[in-house]
Design a protein around this ligand. Structure first.
Ligand code: HMG
Ligand code: MG
Length: 296
């Protein structure tokens, strides 16, 4: 693997906090994001504009977006399932939005209450409106390696959904192993297939660490030329619609690995560990980062 730089998309404030049982105040979330903004990260998914009935933990995203101290070096993005979400994100001055669908019909239904086809139809006016406002749209495809309801997922299905998102106008699609069941050989095979259709720079990877495979899977993805990696500080989170989904890979552990591989991230590990410790203290939960644990 050659020395290179990797862009990390920090999803802790969204993917992490959406699934934490104890709700945080706006002030605590803002403090967390402000600490992350000081670490050298360039992309922070700071919240989501989804139905508060579905994900109550994200109901304060509007207030959070308005209160954070923004670093000009950071893109603050928001997850948006529909035009209503986009409008709220625009009003809160999100720099970018992310839409999300799945490679599995059953997961799509459970997560956003519609079929994959319907989800794409729902995204088209959202992307059109975002483009009018010069807002970039990122896409997520969940369940790339398996679904909690449908089991194994055919690569063709991942490819077809990724294609629809790219054709609809997403600048990048993040491939989500929502329940963390993938292993390196399967990740390599999937990315090889996707590369026949897309550029490496149109793809990102998003591994939950449920089975402890995330770092290995990231390594396999890097080997295939992927240079955007999603991660969540302290390994926060999971997905409320995927039972057993543990948090994303811990950002600290990704930064440590990349640094050891001679790949630049621009992220200060010490500051990142501090932000992770802060949020774990506020949530009264153990820290999911091995690197943070080892650095005591
Ligand atoms: P629905 O019930 O079918 O939608 O939900 P609806 O249009 O009938 O609306 C129902 C109610 O929600 C209405 O309010 C709407 O106004 C409101 P009521 O009239 O009942 O008072 N509503 C909204 N409120 C705020 N913001 C909005 C919004 N839209 C409607 N944007 C819907 C459909 C998509 C809204 C719902 O299913 C939803 O919000 N789902 C979100 C689920 C979610 O956030 N999941 C977690 C994130 S995805 C993830 O974690 C995976 C990822 O990390 C990748 C991976 O790991 O694989 C990205
Ligand atoms: Mg996720």
């Amino acid at each position: 693997m050659t020395a290179d730089s990797v862009r990390i998309v920090e999803v802790g404030p969204r993917d992490g906090l959406q699934n934490e049982p104890s709700s945080l105040s706006v002030e605590q979330k803002v403090q967390f994001i402000d600490m992350l903004s000081e670490t050298g990260l360039t992309h922070i998914e700071a919240g989501s504009f989804v139905s508060p009935k579905w994900v109550p933990q994200m109901a304060s995203s509007d207030k959070v977006f308005r209160a954070i101290r923004r670093s000009p070096a950071v893109t603050y993005s928001a997850l948006t399932p529909n035009v209503k979400g986009l409008q709220l994100a625009l009003a809160a001055k999100a720099d970018e939005v992310a839409i999300f669908t799945a490679a599995s019909e059953a997961f799509c239904q459970k997560n956003i209450n519609c079929s994959i086809e319907e989800s794409i139809e729902r995204f088209l006016p959202l992307i059109e409106e975002a483009t009018k406002h010069n807002i970039n749209v990122r896409g997520y495809v969940s369940c790339i390696m398996g679904c909690p309801y449908d089991g194994d997922i055919d690569h063709k299905q991942v490819l077809a959904v990724t294609k629809k998102l790219i054709e609809a106008g997403c600048y990048e699609v993040s491939l989500g192993d929502t329940i963390g069941v993938g292993t390196a050989n399967k990740v390599t095979a999937l990315i090889r297939e996707l590369k026949q259709e897309f550029n490496e720079n149109q793809l990102a990877v998003h591994f939950h660490d449920t089975y402890g495979q995330a770092l290995t899977n990231i390594y396999a993805s890097l080997d295939q030329g992927i240079r955007t990696v999603d991660a969540s500080v302290a390994g926060l989170g999971g997905c409320p619609y995927a039972k057993g989904a543990s948090g994303n890979v811990a950002t600290e552990d990704v930064v440590y690995m990349l640094s050891g591989l001679g790949m630049r991230t621009g992220v200060n590990l010490e500051k990142l560990i501090k932000a992770g410790r802060y949020i774990c203290h506020e949530l009264n939960r153990p820290n999911g980062s091995k690197v943070a644990f080892a650095s005591h």
